[in-house]
Write a new protein. Structure first.
Length: 393
């Protein structure tokens, strides 16, 4: 009886035997060999290519469907997409982005994908319908609005590929996009409303402030030399503290320096406009041009008063100076006393050349005196009689 065992080669015995071309691979029975292993023909290799008795490394240009490619040298790990009619596993394997029943499809205008000559999904180009506002475009004919807009300025020094970023602009200034001649989103340019501050502009007309600085609309001020922000004229009226001069625009009397607004224009002051303005010391009287003011009205000079008596109720001296021109008023006619010590007197009225009784003014004490009214500015002239001059209380 023989004791010798029977041994048969297998594809996992760690040897090159039987029909194998390399260890446990190749031949008619075992799996194909990986790159760089021995082979007799392409069928012995996973790459399908046997070159100089060695399996080659698969590539996307070896004219073989290998390494997980969905078709010959396309799809799978290859960057090259498969043309229509080629095999595929998913949409991304195909040039036109549509894989149906494992075959790459011819593009249509209803496949839900931007492909073929379309400029956006199922629209634009020479075959499909025009695209709505906001869609990508190349030509005006690609858009339902016939306005394919490039947001970049194209010139010879800085050329740009506008066909990569152009889009169909909406037909209104409220499409929430910057398009057409707009300088910013839905504003600026010849068609839309001006832009608010800090938005882009090309000229003053693009801004509500009417001030475009370094490509952006400036915040309006009362010193920008432009009529804006509700001003009735340049830098005056409206929200500005500065009143408008004569001839400037206005909406109310309060916006004018002379406090008279007529037909939206600040007026030249007159002696009959019912307002104290110009050089008047009170309403429509006093000053060098208007009639004199009656008793009780404000004044600066005796010539401002019909009584020729502009009276300051305060004692003016070097210790406590006061601005009498702020509180002086026209007083009824009387003699104004002026004793050597200098106090002011409150007197009763008298005609030129007559005598009048004089009492001490406010803040002074003393006995009444008698004076003769002078012809010039009603001041008393010597001699006078009476007790000692008035003294401060």
């Amino acid at each position: 009886v023989s004791t010798q065992s029977t041994w048969a080669p297998t594809c996992s015995d760690g040897r090159t035997n039987a029909f194998e071309t390399d260890v446990d691979c190749g031949g008619q029975d075992c799996d194909a060999c990986t790159p760089r292993m021995s082979c007799r023909g392409g069928s012995d290799c996973t790459s399908g290519i046997c070159n100089n008795a060695r399996c080659t490394v698969p590539s996307c240009d070896d004219w073989m469907q290998n390494q997980g490619e969905s078709d010959l040298d396309c799809g799978g790990p290859c960057n090259t997409k498969c043309a229509p009619g080629k095999l595929c596993i998913a949409d991304h394997n195909c040039q036109e982005g549509v894989c149906l029943f494992n075959v790459c499809q011819v593009p249509t205008c209803s496949d839900g994908t931007r492909n073929g000559q379309e400029t956006d999904e199922d629209c634009g180009g020479p075959v499909c319908p025009a695209c709505p506002a906001g869609s990508h475009c190349v030509l005006h004919s690609d858009c339902t609005t016939s306005d394919c807009y490039c947001p970049f300025h194209v010139d010879s020094s800085k050329p740009r590929r506008c066909d990569l970023v152009s889009y169909c602009k909406g037909s209104t200034c409220s499409d929430h996009m910057k398009g057409g001649a707009e300088t910013d989103v839905d504003c600026g340019g010849p068609d839309c409303d001006p832009c608010p501050p800090r938005m882009q502009c090309k000229a003053a007309r693009d801004c509500t402030s009417r001030v475009c600085e370094k490509g952006f609309c400036a915040v309006p001020t009362c010193g920008d030399c432009v009529k804006n922000q509700g001003e009735t004229d340049i830098d005056c009226g409206g929200p500005c503290p500065v009143k408008c001069a004569t001839g400037k625009g206005c909406n109310s009397d309060l916006e004018c320096m002379e406090r008279v607004c007529l037909s939206n224009v600040c007026q030249v002051p007159t002696c009959s406009d019912g307002v104290r303005n110009g050089q008047e010391t009170d309403e429509d009287c006093g000053g060098p041009s208007c009639p004199r003011c009656p008793a009780g009205d404000h004044c600066l000079l005796h010539s401002d008063c019909t009584t020729s008596n502009c009276y300051c109720p305060f004692h003016v001296d070097s210790v406590k100076p006061r601005r009498c021109d702020l509180v002086s008023y026209c007083k009824a006619p009387f003699c104004v006393g002026g004793l050597p010590a200098g106090p002011l007197f409150d007197t009763s009225a008298c005609a030129t050349g007559t005598s009048c009784s004089v009492a001490c003014g406010e803040g002074y004490t003393g006995s009444p005196m008698t004076f003769t009214c002078a012809a010039v500015d009603r001041k008393p002239s010597p001699p006078w009689s009476g007790s000692a001059p008035c003294t401060l209380r």
